[in-house]
Design a protein around this ligand. Structure first.
Ligand code: SF4
Length: 391
C-alpha cells in the first residue's frame, strides 16, 4: 500500500479543530515518514494548548513491595516464584528506610509496584503475610501506604494490579492516586504463545472494569499502553479509544502512559522485535490528538539515548524519576540524572517542573476531604498544586 498517499496527514490546524475519529486515528498512526513532521506539529500544538511550555516529572522512590506474582507475562523480568533467586517481599522497616532516604533527597512520591495477588497461588506468600498479621497482599499494601503517609512526607501511589471497588476505596483513603496499565485491549494476546498466555489478570475487560470502578469513585487514575507486545497499530488506537471513553464518562484519568516494550535476555519474549522510535512517536502523537487535555507520559529511560525526541510528539510528562532507587521493571535501563533531564527538556524550549503523584488539576478533590491524606497532600503542594520542592 502506498502509505504516503492513502495515509496523508492533514494540515496541523485542521487536526486540532474536531475530535479525532477512529478512522482518522488509524490513518495517522500509520502515516508515512514524509508525513510524520505534520503529525508531530499537530500533536505539539495540542500539547501547547493544554499545558504551555511545561513538562513535569514526579520525584519518587520505587518500592517493589513484593515481586511474587500469580501471572506470567512474556515480557516481565520483575516477577519471581517463591524460592527463585531474587524473590523478595519488603518488610515494613525496609519500606520505611527507603521512603525516609527518598524524603531526604526531595522525593514526594512512594511508588508501590507489586505482583498481582500472589497469595492466591503461593502458600509461601500466605505464610509471610500471616506472620506479619495480614490476610492479603492488598491489606499489607494498605498498611504500608498508611505507614509511609504517617511517618514521612511522601505520598503513596500504589500499582497493585486488578482491584475491586472496595479495594479502590480503601487504597484511595491512603493514597491520592493509583494506577493500572490497560496495556492493550487486544484480548487475543492471552492465547497460547502470546504475551499474556498464562496471565489471566491481563484480560482487557477486567482491567477496564477496575479503571471504571475507580471512575465511579472519582479516584485520580494513571493508566496507559504497553506497545510492541503483539498488537497492531489499530489495536493501539482501540486501546486509546477505550481509555478516552472511560475518561469521557468519569473524568478521572489523570495520566496516560505510552510505554515501549524493551527486550531482555531473560524473558520468554527475548527474540521479539522492539517497537521503533517512529512507532513510539506516532502512538504518542495520536494519543495526544485523541485526548488533547489528558496528561501524556513516556518514560525517558526506555527511549535513551535520544529520549528528548519524545517531546516532539506531544508528551507533557516524564513520569516518575528516582534519584535513589532503580527501575525494578527495567533494571538494565537507569533513569536519567535529573540535571540531565532538565537540560534536555530546556533544550526544546520547555520548563521542567516537579509534580506530585497526583496531577495538579486533580489535587483539590483530594485535599478537600478531611484526614491525614489531605493534610499531607496539602503540605506537599505549592500554590499551583505542583510539588512544593520544585526541581
Ligand atoms: S508484568 Fe506484572 S502482572 Fe505480569 S508477570 Fe510481571 S508483575 Fe506479574
Amino acid at each position: 500500500m502506498a502509505a504516503g498517499i492513502t495515509n496523508r496527514v492533514e494540515a496541523p490546524g485542521k487536526l486540532l479543530d474536531q475530535p479525532l475519529s477512529r478512522e482518522a486515528a488509524c490513518r495517522l498512526i500509520r502515516c508515512a515518514d514524509a508525513d510524520l513532521p505534520r503529525l508531530l506539529s499537530a500533536a505539539i500544538a495540542a500539547k501547547e494548548r493544554f499545558k504551555p511550555r511545561a513538562i513535569t516529572y514526579s520525584r519518587k522512590v520505587f518500592l517493589p513491595l513484593t515481586n511474587l506474582c500469580r501471572d506470567y507475562c512474556g515480557y516481565c523480568t520483575f516477577r519471581r516464584d517463591p524460592g527463585q533467586a531474587g524473590a523478595h517481599t519488603m518488610m515494613p522497616d525496609e519500606v520505611l528506610a527507603v521512603a525516609r532516604a527518598g524524603e531526604k533527597m526531595g522525593c514526594t512520591e512512594a511508588l508501590f509496584s507489586l505482583g498481582d495477588k500472589p497469595e492466591l497461588v503461593f502458600p509461601e506468600m500466605r505464610e509471610t503475610l500471616r506472620q506479619m498479621g495480614y490476610h492479603s497482599t492488598l491489606q499489607y499494601l494498605e498498611a504500608m501506604c498508611q505507614l509511609v503517609l504517617r511517618e514521612t512526607t511522601l505520598l503513596p501511589h500504589p500499582n497493585p494490579g486488578l482491584l475491586s471497588a472496595e479495594w479502590i476505596a480503601r487504597l484511595a483513603a491512603v493514597s491520592p492516586s493509583m494506577g493500572l496499565m490497560v496495556e492493550t485491549t487486544k484480548a487475543s494476546l492471552l492465547a497460547p504463545g502470546a504475551a499474556h498466555d498464562n496471565a489471566p489478570d491481563k484480560l482487557p475487560a477486567r482491567r477496564l472494569r477496575t479503571i471504571e470502578e475507580a471512575g465511579k469513585l472519582g479516584v485520580p487514575f494513571t493508566t496507559g499502553l504497553l506497545i510492541g507486545i503483539g498488537e497492531t497499530a489499530e489495536d493501539r488506537v482501540d486501546t486509546l479509544l477505550a481509555i478516552r471513553e472511560l475518561h469521557q464518562r468519569y473524568g478521572h484519568i489523570q495520566e496516560v502512559i505510552i510505554q515501549n516494550f524493551r527486550s531482555k535476555p531473560d524473558i520468554p519474549m527475548r527474540d521479539w522485535p522492539e517497537p521503533t522510535q517512529g512507532e513510539m512517536l506516532r502512538t504518542i502523537a495520536v494519543a495526544r490528538l485523541l485526548m488533547p487535555e489528558v496528561n501524556l507520559q513516556a518514560p525517558p529511560n526506555l527511549s535513551s539515548p535520544k529520549y528528548e525526541d519524545l517531546l516532539d510528539a506531544g508528551i507533557n510528562d516524564w513520569g516518575g524519576i528516582s534519584p535513589l532507587t532503580p527501575d525494578f521493571i527495567n533494571p538494565e535501563r537507569p533513569w536519567p540524572h535529573l540535571d540531565e533531564l532538565q537540560r534536555r527538556t530546556e533544550s526544546k524550549g520547555l520548563v521542567l517542573r516537579q509534580r506530585l503523584p497526583v496531577y495538579p488539576e486533580f489535587l483539590p478533590a483530594v485535599t478537600s476531604r478531611p484526614g491525614l491524606l489531605a493534610e499531607r497532600a496539602s503540605a506537599a503542594a505549592d500554590s499551583q498544586c505542583y510539588a512544593r520542592r520544585a526541581a
